[in-house]
Design a protein around this ligand. Structure first.
Ligand SMILES: [Zn+2]
Length: 370
């Protein structure tokens, strides 16, 4: 097993690499001599590699940045209530393949079968790790509850591990997405930001001091029931105008359907609003106001003036960007820094890549020095 300082080095090189030794000593609070001592066994065993300096013509001591070696291929699987979204990546979480499969059952063993088949379908042969993310609370490989699947205390990590020849990491989907945004996504290089996802549910995650806040509560869905409007519809828990009532794709589609007295899907509801249909526009405008309020609330309460908006329902932002931005400004003290807003519109791929990121970090933690 790696020591804590060895893990910190390996993770820092993974997430920030290629990275110069001087940047690493600053980041890890080490002297150059300590870093040399710590890095030597990794370099000797080929787990870290020293890159040649880029030929930029600069003079001075060679930097010889460090990077992680190629330690294999990874799969990331995001499970929703009706589908599996699957990616294959390398150790840098670069995409090698993307697929999705309909989910035929919510029975845990059957879902594990489908995950194993989807991973095998990637055709990558042996994998270094498989990451799985889903909505709900996750602890130590156990899905404590997953509302979209109707699960309670399902040891799903172990179920999949029996079916794939690779270590499996199970994580809450928003925590996994926040890892991905912090590491290689829209939040890269930003020390603190909230991650707000809209889609079938409302997700909320937080990065502070460059680290994802991990807590059992991250999976409870607390961000979904924050009150945002006094006059909105009512959620399943009876809150008027909470985040779920205002912002989920199901609620938006349902409100537009009720107004038009015919069944309208989420994408169609957004398209109708774009085309100027007054009923759809009213629903979308109210949702945009609520989204802006949620973004401002997150920044105001966490003191992190940046937010990444993501999730498969991100089309709401696309059709109502001006309105969202105006609502953010309206709820932000002008003496505070303006909120930097970053949009990740890669939808389900972002979720699945987040799952892969968790598997990659777990694999780095599992590295062994002989
Ligand atoms: Zn609610």
């Amino acid at each position: 097993m790696l020591t804590d300082s060895e893990k910190a080095l390996a993770r820092a090189v993974l997430i920030h690499g290629p990275i110069s030794r001087s940047a690493l000593t600053t980041r890890l609070g080490l002297s150059p001599a300590s870093l040399t001592r710590l890095a030597k066994p990794f370099l000797d065993q080929g787990l870290l590699v020293e890159l040649d300096d880029s030929a930029d013509g600069s003079v001075g001591r060679p930097v010889r940045p460090l990077d992680v070696a190629d330690i294999g291929r990874f799969a990331g699987v995001k499970i929703t209530g009706d589908a599996l979204h699957v990616v294959a990546t390398d150790v840098r979480a670069s995409l090698l393949a993307t697929t999705s499969h309909p989910l035929r059952s919510h029975d845990p063993a059957a879902v594990a079968d489908e995950v194993a088949a989807a991973v095998a379908d990637l055709g990558l042969g042996s994998l270094t790790g498989v990451g799985i993310s889903l909505g709900g609370s996750v602890r130590d490989g156990v899905s404590e509850f997953a509302p979209f699947l109707g699960w309670k205390d399902v040891a799903f990590g172990a179920l999949v591990e029996e079916r794939v020849v690779a270590p499996v990491s199970l994580e809450n989907d928003v925590v996994a997405l926040a890892e991905a945004e912090r590491w290689f996504g829209r939040g890269r290089g930003i020390p603190g930001f909230s991650v707000i996802t809209i889609g079938a549910g409302i997700g909320y995650g937080l990065v502070v001091h460059g680290e994802v806040v991990r807590s059992r509560e991250a999976g409870v869905g607390l961000g979904g029931h924050i009150p945002l409007s006094a006059v909105g519809p009512v959620c399943q828990q009876g809150h008027r105008g909470c985040a779920e009532a205002m912002l989920t794709s199901g609620s938006i589609a349902g409100q537009v359907s009720a107004s038009l007295q015919r069944s309208v899907g989420y994408d169609e509801a957004l398209a109708l609003a774009s085309a100027g249909d007054p009923a759809a526009r009213a629903v979308v405008d109210a949702a945009a106001d609520a989204l802006g309020r949620l973004v401002a609330l997150a920044a105001n309460l966490t003191l992190q003036p940046a937010a990444v908006l993501a999730g498969e329902g991100i089309g709401l932002f696309t059709v109502a960007e001006e309105r969202v931005r105006a609502a953010i400004a309206a709820d932000r003290d002008p003496r505070a820094d303006p909120i930097e807003l970053y949009i990740d519109d890669s939808g389900f791929t972002a979720w699945a890549r987040g799952a892969a990121a968790v598997a990659i970090q777990a694999a780095v933690d599992r590295l062994r020095l002989d």
